[in-house]
Write a protein that binds this ligand. Structure first.
Ligand code: M8P
Length: 841
């Protein structure tokens, strides 16, 4: 008799199965076992948690297999070090990445649950301030989707970016207690904890071979506990880990103090230690110089380096001197740049490596990204403060500097100016350590984040360094992930695109080009308009429900969402609003294209002018929205608590994207890319990535205004007198006079004097010089919007040509040009959905 192979019986595991019945059973099981609830007693939060655990199980299975595969094959890996990861909610993203959103929707539906409402429950981890932190999150998504062996390292802040409320028009900050009800996405890994030291002094000693050695006798030791979050990739089995460190006291209770009756003293160490990861500093563009901030930076960097070195020694079993062959570490700005000194210390003091060899490994390990040219954001640490907290690192930095300055003298003899400009130590007055200089000297690669930004870096801010090491420098224009910013945020538009070209564009965004051929197709355009309108309607409904403000969805949705900063010029936008208001007041019957101005963004709590700008926006809204002459033709809305979650309903609803920073100030911008991908047209200056967006979409599909970076530079170098614009421009004069005399703040007529005085007599960000050009450009926008057919075509072309701005492209460039890392496809066992933990054993 012929042998027949035994038939496979498919038994789905409750932790891994994807069959609808299995999913439902697993969900109910989690509701019961993890939340202690039955469906009739479950709260919305319980339902969200049970669903998240159900999805997490399915991720875990893949993740653990992938990690095992990685351990075996040990491909070259990148570590992305960032003090901020602004992740946004996980649940929906994970559902999309696993290709399970529809399946789970149906399963939940059958249980009488609304998936969208469950998704909406999630409290996002706001572990970042803005663009820099969000970029790190987009990069994780892309690295996971492109099968790049990668790990993110950062800080598990107990309180993320503050919650913003608007009270009487002012920003009021509240604590972001994102962990209050638990976080289903993270796993603490206590056994991988490490100790991080601070303070104390160094001691010289000689080893048995009479070698000069230094040890660091610290006076504080803190425990760093890793919390791992799996980052899924779109249709990928890759396992990117985000490892965030939490500080805990090494010994939480001091019995001696307790026994002596000092009850507070007994827990003091615990309080001090845990403060390190308590809260994210809410500054996006200005250094604070605070000791706790330096402690945060060193804390996560030291824990990270100990982690990767331990892994190298334990798993690879090769000498630590070849570490850089297996791993590269990207420094997201200078915030983790103390890594250069800590790597040297760990190699020399703790692994017996010589200075020269340690320097070789260090320099070949790190790469550094610069994200800003603003002088007030370039990190420097007071030398006494630094030396008190990190005495050994100060010694190491001084020695690095000694060698570095010698190498400059060799290459550029007799140029003492260069020496003092380039030195890691700023010795002009009180001594400071310049962290960007340390990062450049200790890295093999340095990059800017958009073409103009990189150009300005190498020709101005870092000119000397470029002359010294031209080969280190390159540009890597930022990008954003289309999974979150299109597929998850804008399902209607994504469906319209997919109706013509399928869904390959989600993994290769350049494929969006294929929709260009439909830019004149009547049916396609109609579908496009409907998708845009439905996104506008959804946002309008949210605003109506939450704030009671009624919006006209046929008006231009003119949106500026980003951190509030003078260089981003939200107040220029306000000047335009008041200009339109005045035109209506002068001629109430004027034929004006209706507009809805939407703002969102947080101001650093200590930034007086930014907070006053928020108050100005709300004060103008109060007058404009209630003036019967305006009759609803203009509306102004300030959306409180702008976050990743909130932003996902904002980008899809935009007709016009405001990217109006002073040319030369915005390194790149990434919101500009999200708007473009969602079919908004941009009004913008030649700044940051706007320039590249305009190049891609075509100048006829972009509203350009204002001075370029060179003109701004020249204007400011000459004798710029902003008051001149006030004198000659009557519209501008009227607008400023109204603000100044309290038209928008009748109770406090002087309230906005600082804004107006600043513009008239200083105007660092050249609003006055750009005002007229901006107004004329806005007039062109309004005229263009009247022709809906032409506008829709421009909208389609913007999306079709936005492929360059996928973070997948950016990550590929980092991999090819800097990291030298190839994708590594994880091999999972077949029928993984049938396998439980048993398969791992
Ligand atoms: C600077 C800080 C300085 C001191 C203390 C904390 C800080 C936190 C953040 C920053 C900072 O540079 N933040 C940025 S840079 N936020 C951004 O959005 C920037 O990076 C983005 C990503 O590259 C760019 O798109 C933005 O243009 C740039 O401003």
């Amino acid at each position: 008799m012929a042998k027949t192979s035994p038939k496979r019986t498919h038994v789905e595991n409750d932790r891994t199965g994807l069959d609808k019945e299995t999913v439902k059973r697993a969900y109910l099981d989690h509701l019961f076992c993890m939340q202690s609830k039955v469906p009739s007693s479950a709260t919305k939060w319980d339902e969200y948690m049970a669903l998240s655990y159900t999805i997490r199980d399915r991720i875990m299975q893949r993740w653990l297999h992938a990690l095992q595969d990685f351990k075996k094959k040990d491909p070259r890996t990148v570590s992305y070090l960032s003090a901020e990861f602004l992740l946004g909610p996980h649940l929906e993203n994970n559902l999309i990445n696993l290709g399970q959103k529809e399946n789970f929707r149906e399963a939940m539906d059958e249980l009488g649950l609304d998936l969208e409402k469950m998704i909406d429950q999630e409290v996002e981890p706001g572990l970042g301030n803005g663009g820099l932190g969000r970029l790190a999150a987009c990069f994780l998504d892309s690295m996971a989707s492109l099968d790049i062996p990668a790990i993110g390292y950062g800080i598990r802040y107990e309180f993320g970016i503050f919650d913003q409320r608007i009270q009487d028009g002012w920003q009021v900050e509240g604590t972001d207690k994102w962990l209050k009800f638990g976080n289903p996405w993270e796993v603490p890994v206590y056994q991988s904890s490490v100790h991080v030291k601070f303070g104390g002094k160094t001691r010289v000693w000689y080893d048995e071979k009479s070698n000069y050695r230094v040890s660091w006798d610290a006076d504080q030791e803190v425990l760093a506990i890793p919390y791992d979050t799996p980052i899924t990739g779109y249709k990928s089995d890759n396992a990117v880990i985000l490892r965030l460190w939490k500080a805990e006291a090494d010994q939480s209770f001091d019995f001696q103090s307790f026994n002596e009756g000092d009850f507070f003293g007994a827990v003091e160490n615990k309080v001090i230690s845990e403060n390190i990861t308590k809260v994210l500093y809410p500054n996006d563009s200005k250094i604070s110089g605070k000791e706790l901030r330096l402690m945060q930076q060193f804390f996560f960097v030291s824990a990270t380096l100990q982690d990767v070195i331990r892994f190298h020694k334990k798993v690879r079993k090769t000498p630590i001197t070849v570490f850089h062959e297996k791993m590269t570490m990207q420094l997201n700005d200078t915030h983790p740049s103390i890594a250069v000194a800590e790597m040297m210390r760990l190699l020399i003091d703790e692994n017996d490596v010589s200075w020269d060899e340690a320097w070789e490994v260090t320099r070949k390990t790190f790469a550094y990204t610069n994200h800003t040219l603003l002088p007030e954001a370039l990190e420097k640490w007071s030398m006494p403060l630094f030396g008190k907290l990190l005495p050994r690192h100060l010694e190491i930095i001084l020695e690095i500097n000694y060698h570095f300055l010698n190498s400059i003298r060799k290459k550029f003899p007799n140029d003492e100016g260069k020496i003092s400009r380039m030195s890691i130590i700023d010795e002009a007055g009180e001594k400071y350590i310049r962290m960007a200089h340390l990062a450049i000297v200790g890295s093999y690669a340095v990059n800017g984040v958009a073409a103009l930004h990189t150009e300005l870096l190498i020709s101005e801010v870092l000119k000397d360094f470029y002359e010294m090491y031209p080969e280190k420098f390159s540009n890597k224009t930022n990008g954003v992930t289309p999974r979150r910013w299109m597929v998850a945020s804008n399902p209607d538009l994504a469906a319209v695109i997919a109706s013509k070209i399928g869904s390959e564009w989600i993994k290769d965004l350049t494929k969006l080009k294929e929709i260009e051929q439909y830019a004149d197709n009547k049916k396609f355009k109609k579908d496009w308009q409907e998708a845009k309108l439905s996104a506008k309607q959804k946002l309008a409904d949210k605003i109506k429900n939450k704030y009671g403000i009624e919006l006209n969805v046929n008006s231009i949705f003119d949106i500026q969402v980003k951190r509030i900063h003078e260089y981003k010029r939200q107040h220029l936008n306000v000047l335009h609003i008041i200009t339109l208001y005045n035109r209506i007041k002068e001629n109430p019957n004027i034929d004006i294209v209706p507009r809805t101005f939407i703002f969102g963004g947080k101001a650093a709590p200590g930034y007086f002018m930014a907070k006053l700008i928020i108050k100005l926006i709300n004060s103008v809204a109060e007058v404009v929205n209630h003036d019967p002459d305006v009759n609803g033709r203009l509306k102004v809305v300030f959306l409180p608590n702008y976050s990743v979650k909130n932003s996902q309903s904002v980008y899809p609803a935009a007709d016009l994207s405001e990217q109006i920073s002073t040319a030369g100030k915005e390194a790149s911008g990434t919101g500009n890319m999200k708007f473009t991908m969602n079919g908004a047209l941009t009004i913008g200056t030649l700044d940051g990535a706007n320039i590249e967006i305009r190049e891609e979409v075509g100048e006829e599909n972009f509203f350009l205004f204002g001075l370029d970076a060179k003109q701004v530079y020249e204007l400011k170098a000459s004798n710029y007198i902003p008051l001149h614009h006030y004198d000659v421009n009557h519209e501008l004069q009227k607008v400023l006079n109204m603000i100044y005399t309290g038209y928008f703040s009748p109770q406090q007529p002087n309230l906005f004097h600082p804004i107006v005085d600043n513009l008239k007599y200083s105007d660092e960000y050249v609003l006055m010089a750009d005002y007229q050009s901006y107004i004329e450009c806005q007039d062109r926008v309004a005229e263009a919007y009247r022709d809906q057919d032409a506008w829709t075509k421009m909208s389609i072309l913007n999306v079709a040509r936005s492929g360059k701005f996928s973070s997948d492209r950016t990550i590929r460039e980092y991999c090819d040009d800097i990291w030298k890392i190839d994708p590594y496809k994880v091999k999972l066992p077949e029928h993984i959905e049938e396998a439980g933990a048993i398969m791992m054993c």
